[in-house]
Write a protein that binds this ligand. Structure first.
Ligand code: FE2
Length: 297
């Protein structure tokens, strides 16, 4: 079978047919999917009933799997899924929905803010791959925003302002903006802010995009309120409906997105029922900007 892609969204997102993610994938198919990602930034594969092992094997076709460490507050004995798999369900390790006041649930509510996965890492993620094992009866859509189209739509004055800016990203900022501030000293150290360019250039297509994320809490050299005002303005601009594709999940959908070119968020759903979504992540290969020098002691 040959891979075909049909457009889904306004400026991006495509639906792929002609590939079975359970089987080993050929180099030609990997190249076709990579080319599709460069163009569409979000790709949807329907009816892919896969195991965790098959998902990890498929993910490795596109690069190394990102290590999850440092990205959450889940304790070592609380994990439901094996290493390499990121649990974005609402479930504990017994498969039960997390209690309303569970710390992990409150932390995970941050996924309802527009963000780019792992933008709080010095080397941020390339692709995220999400498998829908059990979907919500209603709600729980994932919305994606095209950060290339958002950049293209900026006027010249704003382009000049943002071009060389460097932001600080941290889970402390995104969770703090929701009022979740009860972090231990060890968590604060783990979530130490990192620097990212605000404008990224795709290495192959050379298209520029806005690298926005709710993890941003500061712009280097700017007063904090002024920085947050600009980031809010840009986020509002970038998430206008004309730049957004809303994915309505069906069971066994498999969606890949490029974190370098898009933001996403999940919408609310009935959390009393299981919603089992499993993510793998392809690690990025470079920092977007040099990090701050280590503090002197
Ligand atoms: Fe995410």
């Amino acid at each position: 079978m040959t891979i075909t892609i049909r457009p889904l969204g306004p400026t991006f997102a495509g639906e792929v047919s002609g590939v079975d993610l359970r089987a080993p994938i050929s180099q030609e198919d990997v190249a076709a999917i990579d080319a599709g990602m460069d163009r569409y930034a979000v790709l949807v594969f329907r009816d892919q009933l896969i195991s965790d092992e098959q998902q990890m094997a498929f993910t490795r076709s596109f690069g190394a799997i990102e290590v999850a460490k440092g990205g959450n507050i889940t304790k070592d004995d609380e994990y439901r899924l094996q290493e390499g798999m990121i649990d974005v369900s609402n479930l504990d390790k017994r498969g039960q929905p997390l209690e309303r006041d569970d710390r992990r649930r409150m932390f995970n509510l941050g996924n309802r803010l527009w963000h780019s996965d792992s933008s709080y890492r010095a080397i941020p993620a390339k692709y995220s791959l999400l498998s829908a094992r059990v979907v919500a009866a209603s709600g729980g859509n994932t919305e994606f925003a095209d950060m290339r189209a958002a950049y293209d739509a900026l006027d010249d004055g704003m382009r000049a302002i943002v071009e060389e800016l460097v932001c600080e990203h941290s889970l402390i900022y995104s969770r703090g903006s929701m009022g979740f501030t009860e972090l231990t000293e060890a968590e604060r150290a783990m979530f130490k802010p990192v620097r990212q360019r605000l404008v990224r250039t795709h290495p192959l297509t050379k298209r520029k995009s806005l690298y926005l994320s709710s993890h941003i809490g500061a712009i280097i050299g700017w007063p904090v309120p002024e920085a947050r005002d600009l980031i809010r303005d840009l986020t509002e601009h970038a998430t206008q409906r004309e730049f957004v594709y809303a994915h309505v999940w069906r069971q066994y959908d498999f969606v890949i997105w490029d974190n370098r070119q898009t933001m996403h968020r999940v919408r609310r759903f009935d959390e009393s029922k299981p919603r089992d979504m499993r993510r793998t992540t392809v690690a990025g290969d470079a920092m977007t900007v040099e990090q701050a020098p280590a503090e002197a002691h």
